[in-house]
Design a protein around this ligand. Structure first.
Ligand code: NOJ
Length: 743
């Protein structure tokens, strides 16, 4: 019986991840009529109550009175199904109108079954798999009564110092948009059904550009940059049917998002037609006071309501002041009505009015289902990026293996940031998985107990290394070192981890570094101390088996980096899709080549650093495999296209190595001349192709010319005719360009 249910749920997962799936919020007329009917019976106070979200934290008694009075529309931070039922029972059975609660939670990369951090998920370039992961999260969370996740995070991040880079899809708007759609579809499934959870796209908008990578900081993005770079994932998610959106903490060009009518009304509602629910971030309404954008809670409540916020997370500004503000005319009642409509509509679409309760016994059976663990494992396998391999990987059979490093057996840390409901007891570490894969061949000496630990001597571990045939060193970051408010100014491995790698290398044995981290660290010096490096980000519950599979060669690595790897932190920001200066770098003199008393202009005048040049350590899209791929014969179907046409590029992809492998084929475009300058390359398509050893295949990729549209000088999104370049390649720095024209 249990088994049948799990199979059925997995089927739902697959159906939800079809490219067409999605929910159009406004497409259910009966929902609108029901919403209006309820609204017509509500007092102003009850309407305002719906606009209030509180952190429940298990305290049913504390909120019972407010629930009875209809002063709470939503709770967050409650996952105990019995307690959720208790909260719902008061709202549904003891309040005048019986409106169910929307129960929210940060289900960011899985619920109990934890998937790789979102940055790792982006490295898979596998939208179907990412969708399936979100569906798994929805199945597990909804079973416990959580029907709203504050995910996906869609903030473009080009600064690895920012801890929250871990929570998003990296630096690219196109990849970010595809991941956004995949996650929205996975979470929401085919609303309404009881396994759907509403997605909340966040943080709108520009939050990832926080000054200096310091969390919560100001941003200074121009409208064009907002529209061309930071908004596309949000727009794509809205089109995919995202039911809710969260405002961001930052002020952009002086206007905090929670009080920004231009982004919340003009762009989101009027241009994109969003008719879902807009919630603030935690107290981001109240934080407009320290920002210096409002005098007191009443003032910021007025500003947020008039800017287009529907629900207040934890400021209590609406609850305390909206009634008074409506009576004085500062906020119109029709503004309140539209906010409440947005809230009730989501509750209705989720089927909460029909079924507000969950079955706590059934909830247990869904968690950690074998299919969920398999999806988490595959995600971890596909998210790992092979950055270097001098032939030591995959491991030969029969070796004596030393496993070392602070992340080798750290079940809590491998789960990564933002996993409130992950349990280390259910996590399989690399050490455990390797012991199972190589019985009797593993010796474990941690070297360092945790990533920040400092040590001067590594006697035990180096002695062990000398007796081994190969060393597997699991280094990186504890999960607490990335995520919200966890920014760093130095991107090197923390503690004595680099020294550990150097000491191991000095033993003369092959060293494989596996990096489990929340961000792309500056690992250049560590690359010199290892023979292979596999970068796994924080891989989640099934990280151990996934990494053991990759190291052994049972699985071939296929991840590609969704962020540029820097050589040094001083290069921030460095991203592949930058604009061209008038004086591009052309490989000029570095520090050590400069003559004494050299003349001012003797170095040439181009844009680069004297000490680090202009290039990254690894470009966006980079990642190796145990096999190799070659691209040849690329050709376009035409030389000139109209704006309504589709560009078709065909080429031969060959697996030139001796094992089966998967290549993430990437298509980049450059618009040579525009009304404003354009990025040197932009990802416009990607796909995963699996080829047997020695196999060649003709691949055709279609690119609608409309995908080349951007916001130019007149701030209208359109394709500007002219000349273009197009590349198909395995990363953003390779390939030979093809040319075409649009007229
Ligand atoms: C603050 C974070 O910025 C946001 O991402 C999260 O969803 C909320 N807190 C709720 O926990």
């Amino acid at each position: 019986m249990k088994r049948t249910k799990i199979v059925l749920l997995s089927l739902l997962a697959v159906l939800a991840c079809s490219p067409q799936a999605g929910t159009s919020v406004g497409s259910c007329p009966d929902v609108e009529a029901r919403v209006d009917e309820i609204l017509s019976r509500m007092t102003l106070a009850e309407k305002i109550g719906q606009m209030n979200q509180v952190s429940a934290g298990g305290d049913v008694a504390h909120y019972a009175d407010a629930l009875r009075k209809g002063q709470v529309g939503s709770i967050l931070n409650e996952v105990d199904p019995d307690k959720i039922n208790a909260f719902q029972r008061i709202a549904v059975e003891e309040s005048r109108l019986g409106i169910p609660l929307l129960v929210g939670r940060d289900v960011i990369h899985g619920f109990h079954t934890v998937f790789p951090i979102p940055l790792g998920l982006a490295a898979t370039f596998d939208t179907a798999l990412v969708c399936r992961g979100a569906r798994v999260a929805a199945l597990e969370a909804s079973a416990q009564g959580v029907r709203w996740t504050f995910s996906p995070m869609l903030d473009i991040a080009r600064d690895p110092r920012w801890g929250r880079i871990a929570e998003g899809s990296g630096e690219d708007p196109f990849l970010g948009a595809r991941m956004a759609e995949a996650m929205v579809r996975g979470y929401q499934g085919s609303v309404p059904d009881s396994t759907s959870i509403a997605a909340c796209i966040k943080h709108f908008v520009g939050y990832g550009a926080a000054e200096g990578g310091r969390d919560y900081n100001s941003t200074f993005l121009t409208e064009r940059e907002l529209r061309n770079v930071y908004s596309p994932p949000f727009e794509a998610a809205v089109k995919a049917g995202a039911l809710t959106l969260m405002t961001s903490f930052n002020d952009n060009d002086g206007v905090p998002s929670t009080g920004n009518r231009f982004i919340l009304k003009d762009i989101l509602r009027d241009e994109w037609g969003f008719d879902g629910l807009v919630v603030t971030d935690w107290n981001s309404m109240g934080e407009m006071i320290p920002h210096g954008f409002g005098t007191d809670r009443k003032d910021v409540a007025e500003k947020a309501a008039n800017a287009g916020v529907d629900m207040d997370m934890m400021t209590f500004g609406f609850l305390s002041h909206l009634e008074e503000l409506v009576k004085s005319g500062a906020v119109k009642e029709k503004t309140i009505d539209s906010a409440v409509r947005n809230i009730l509509r989501v509750k209705m679409l989720l089927g909460l009015f029909e079924q507000p309760y969950v079955d706590p016994a059934a909830a247990k059976a869904v968690q950690y289902a074998p299919e969920h663990l398999a999806a988490a494992r595959q995600s971890a396998e596909e998210s790992a990026i092979l950055l270097k391999n001098n032939g030591v990987l995959p491991l030969r059979e029969g070796l004596r293996i030393l496993v070392t490093g602070p992340l080798a057996d750290a079940p809590h840390d491998q789960l990564g940031t933002w996993c409130f409901d992950g349990e280390k007891e259910h996590t399989i570490t690399p050490l455990r998985a390797l012991e199972a894969r190589y019985p009797g061949q593993i010796r474990f000496e941690p070297g360092l107990k945790y990533s920040r630990q400092r040590r001067d001597r590594f006697d035990e571990v180096t002695a062990a290394a000398r007796q081994a045939d190969v060393v597997l060193a699991f280094v990186g970051e504890e999960s607490i070192l990335s995520g919200e408010a966890h920014s760093v100014a130095d991107l090197n491995l923390k503690g004595s981890q680099s020294e550990l790698l150097a000491a191991l290398k000095a033993c003369g044995k092959p060293v494989v570094a596996v990096v489990m981290a929340g961000r792309p660290l500056t690992v250049e010096r560590d690359l010199a101390h290892c023979d292979a490096m596999l970068y796994s980000f924080h891989p989640g519950t099934m990280g151990g088996p996934a990494l053991a599979g990759l190291l052994s060669g049972d699985v071939n690595p296929s991840g590609k980096t969704p962020v540029t790897f820097l050589r040094t932190v001083g290069q921030v920001p460095l991203y592949y899709n930058h604009h061209m200066t008038g004086r591009p770098y052309n490989g000029e003199t570095l520090l050590d080549d400069i003559d004494l008393e050299a003349g001012q202009t003797s170095l040439g005048n181009t844009s680069y650093y004297l000490d680090y040049g202009a290039y990254p350590l690894f470009p966006f899209g980079y990642g190796l495999s145990y096999t190799s791929f070659a691209y040849s014969g690329a050709a376009l179907d035409k030389e000139t296209y109209g704006t309504d046409d589709t560009v078709r590029v065909r080429f031969t992809l060959s697996n030139t190595g001796s094992r089966e492998g998967t290549e993430v084929v990437q298509l980049y475009v450059r618009d040579l001349v525009g009304s404003v300058t354009r990025p040197v390359k932009e990802l416009k398509a990607f796909r995963r192709e699996t080829l047997k050893a020695g196999e060649s295949r003709t691949v055709e990729i279609s690119l609608p010319v409309s995908e080349l549209a951007f916001y130019g000088l007149d701030m209208v999104k359109k394709v500007e005719p002219g000349e273009f370049r197009l590349w198909v390649a395995g990363d953003s720095a390779s390939g030979e360009p093809l040319s075409f024209k649009v007229q």
